[in-house]
Design a protein around this ligand. Structure first.
Ligand SMILES: [Zn+2]
Ligand SMILES: [Zn+2]
Length: 132
């Protein structure tokens, strides 16, 4: 009985962190995950968030997203191909659905460069910040 209670409590923290990542507007830093998840689970320390993020990475539930001028960010691994938009003002990073780059994987570029994938980060201001 006691053991299942402890197990349940761990699952709740992990589920809260997983839910925060899934429901976000884009990839989150550990600090952002911690801030949001602590509203769902009482007394959630930053160390626990770091540990849980590491576990979720190891189980391939989430992946690392590198955004220029930002700490590492994390998003669900099963998202369809998309690009990111970083707001200069509020510094949030948003997912932009779909692909706007007309260079399919497998394209050969002049000079012998073979494209396997791409990552795009657009920079500007989000609707909240530019009043749009
Ligand atoms: Zn903004
Ligand atoms: Zn793309």
């Amino acid at each position: 009985m006691k053991q299942s209670k402890i197990g349940q409590r761990k699952t709740t923290q992990r589920e809260a962190i997983s839910a925060v990542i899934r429901q976000a507007e884009g990839p989150l830093t550990v600090e952002e995950i911690s801030e949001r998840a602590s509203k769902l689970v009482a007394s959630l320390g930053l160390a626990t968030v770091y540990r849980t993020v590491k576990l979720l990475l190891e189980s391939n539930e989430i992946s690392i997203v590198s955004i220029p001028h930002s700490h590492d960010r994390y998003e669900a691994s099963d998202l369809a191909h998309h690009h990111h938009f970083r707001c200069r003002n509020c510094r949030l990073v948003f997912d932009l659905p779909g692909c706007i780059l007309p260079i399919p994987d497998g394209t050969s570029l002049p000079g012998g460069y073979k494209v396997e994938a791409h990552e795009v980060t657009l920079i500007g201001t989000c609707p909240e910040c530019n009043g749009g």
